[in-house]
Structure formats: C-alpha cells, structure tokens
Ligand binder design. Structure first.
Ligand code: THU
Length: 146
C-alpha cells in the first residue's frame, strides 16, 4: 500500500523532472528526498555534452542534501523517469551507482530507506527498501564511519 506521503514525494520528483537537462538521452528523471523534518530536496538528471560525466537525478538531490549537512536526516527517496514526449508509465529503478550513493545516506542515517519508483506518467508506484535494491552493501560502516 502506497500512502499519501509516498505519493507526495513522487509528485515532488515528478515536478523536478520537468527541469531535467537531458538533451542527449531525452530521458527525464526527477528525484525527491524526504528529510526527518518533513523537508523535501529535489534533483534532476544533469547531462553533459561530454556524455560520460552526466549526473543522475538521485545523485544531484543527495548532493544538495549533503550541502545542507543533512545526509543523516534522510528518511525516504522517490525517483521517477521516462522518455520525454512519451507517456512512459512503467516505474524506473535507480541505477547501480545511485543505489550506492543512496546507501551512503542510509548508513549515515542508521536506517534502511524506502525507495519509491514511478514512471514519467501514470499512477503506478513501486516501493522497495534500499537493502533489497542493494543487498550486502559496502558503505561508511565498513570504514568505521558512523
Ligand atoms: N538516470 C538517472 O538520473 N537516474 C537513474 O537512476 C538512472 C538514469 C539518467 C541518466 C541519464 O541522464 C538518463 O537517465 C538516461 O540514462
């Protein structure tokens, strides 16, 4: 069951995706990170003419959370995406690098994180725990950082 909080987070991610800079892939992604004080921090994918250095939406959002000194305050993340000018409804899923970056916040926060995923259009939301998306994760705890 997807509650209203998750739906609101997905909506925030959907709003952010409108600002995606994705002229190369034409695949717009938005991410929204919920903090424990109710604040939502968003990000979009930020592509580059040098394709390989493009940034994913989750990375941009969590980089902003970090700039606010709030990595330990993350409680959930939503990610939506799909091809521009297509009504893609299938939920997307964070790429492997983004899972590792989400894990940095999860371990510092000391909690597993729900990851709500949606397509660019439609109402379908799939909910996963980060520990299911990235089992046996390597993270700050392995380096003695808490
Ligand atoms: N992308 C994200 O922003 N997040 C992901 O988890 C998967 C992929 C972006 C990268 C690139 O700009 C576009 O989607 C197509 O791969």
């Amino acid at each position: 069951m997807i509650d209203q909080g998750a739906q609101a987070l997905v909506k925030a991610a959907r709003g952010a995706a409108k600002h995606a800079h994705a002229p190369y892939s034409k695949f717009a992604v938005g991410a929204a990170v919920l903090l424990d004080d109710g604040t939502v921090v968003t990000g979009t994918n930020f592509e580059n003419a040098s394709y390989g250095i493009s940034l994913c939406a989750e990375t941009v959002a969590l980089g902003t959370v970090n700039a606010q000194g709030k990595l330990r305050n993350v409680v959930a993340i939503a990610v939506i995406g799909g091809r521009m000018d297509h009504a893609d409804t299938a939920p997307i899923s964070p790429c492997g690098r983004c899972r590792q970056i989400i894990n940095e916040a999860a371990q510092l926060a000391g909690r597993d994180l729900p990851v709500f995923c949606a397509g660019a259009a439609g109402d379908e939301i799939s909910a996963h725990m980060l520990s299911d998306l990235l089992p046996h994760a390597f993270g700050p705890a392995d380096l003695g950082i808490r």
